[in-house]
Design a protein around this ligand. Sequence first.
Ligand code: BEZ
Length: 202
Amino acid sequence: MKLYHAPASPFVRKVMVLLHEANATDRVTLVPAAGHPLDPGTMPVDRNPLGKIPALERPGGPTLYDSRVITRYLDDLLAARLYPAAPRLWDTLTIEATGDGMAESAVLMRYEVSVRPEPSRSAAWVEAQWAKIDRALSALEDRWMSHLAGPVDMGHIAVGCALGYIDFRHAERDWRAAHPALAAWFATFDARPAMQATAPAA
Ligand code: BEZ
């Protein structure tokens, strides 16, 4: 299988963490891809019309996207068991969506300064993205710590990848100060070999 990949993407990282947790990194060949909303560059637009990564070319079917489809597929293929049975599944999927939403806002904040021309940038828009992340951090801190204390699933991985990306691109926001339980959880989760092997890089 071919995985279209960029080392900074928190969504690609979710897939890579799953592969490491399942001891299955040898099942994919990484294909570098780079681009952004103003220029798809080498993004696989012929494979994913949205021009986004990760995208997974697989035998016997169309290329899969987005990260949540790919992780469900690989979890099934590899029997990784990173999606629990219902009813716990509903919590896992909600936490995964929370992590993915945080990562999406953090990537949009990054694009605003790295891609959008200076005269069109909006500080208010950036702060509105951060407000989403801040609310999600509080939801994790207030509602989901008991789940995060349990067996590792794709909810943990999505939140871990989102926090890793926030540290990578938005370290000045100091999210740990107001979210001490989440910060303590992340210190332990981020030490897992699968997280250490996939740390974001420019
Ligand atoms: C980044 O460089 O921050 C980035 C790269 C690919 C996807 C998302 C973010």
